[in-house]
Design a protein around this ligand. Sequence first.
Ligand SMILES: [Fe+2]
Length: 250
Amino acid sequence: MFNIFKKKSNVDAKLFYHTDVHSHILPGVDHGSQDVAESLEMLRAELDMGITHVMCTSHVTAETFENTPETLTAAYNLLKKAVAEEGLPVEIYASAEYRIDEYWTSQYEAGNLLPMPGKHILLENSFAQELIGIDNMMFELQVKGYRPILAHPERYRYYYGRKERYKALHSASVKFQVNILSLAGYFGNSARETAIWLIQNNLCDMLGSDMHNMDHAHIIKDYIGSREWSKLCDKYDLRHRIINDREFEL
Ligand SMILES: [Fe+2]
């Protein structure tokens, strides 16, 4: 319904960082972008928000999206060619969001991974329960030179009553990436409140769009034009604390 009281957001709003570390923009490999035209539209939306470097972190999950470095690179090459043809001033990088499941284990053991620059690797917990042995796995990954980033920790409900697990993982050098969509309330109040709690407790290292489609892009654009977002940035000095750009040295 049309709401005459809805506050207008700032249509020129830009993010203060230029690297999106989490997106589903590669065409046709998961339930994000379905084709090159949609990917280009999403990249234009990223540019409109001030993002110039995009980590394309498509899902890699058992049974649903059993992607490999080959399937992801093929989609990346298609998109890279289209980006050049369109002359878009954006750099894209092929990588993945690895769900920690049996398919991950098989790919990891086979050395069949596609990390981001600097061997950063975006990992998604199961939404049902915490994996037994996750601490050892995160440790072993780092011994092998990978730098694990936990995707959207605010979305795992089993941590809400066990916040000490956040602190344990984070102090074991696992970086945390919070979704802007969570801050905007897209995943509900609990995820939003937990995202803010992570920021308040210095447990949010990176922000990501986790953009799957243009609806997500519009929600993020509206949110970063809101007073709520600018107050959050100021109150917690996010411009200095968020390491999206520093971490990749692109
Ligand atoms: Fe994602």
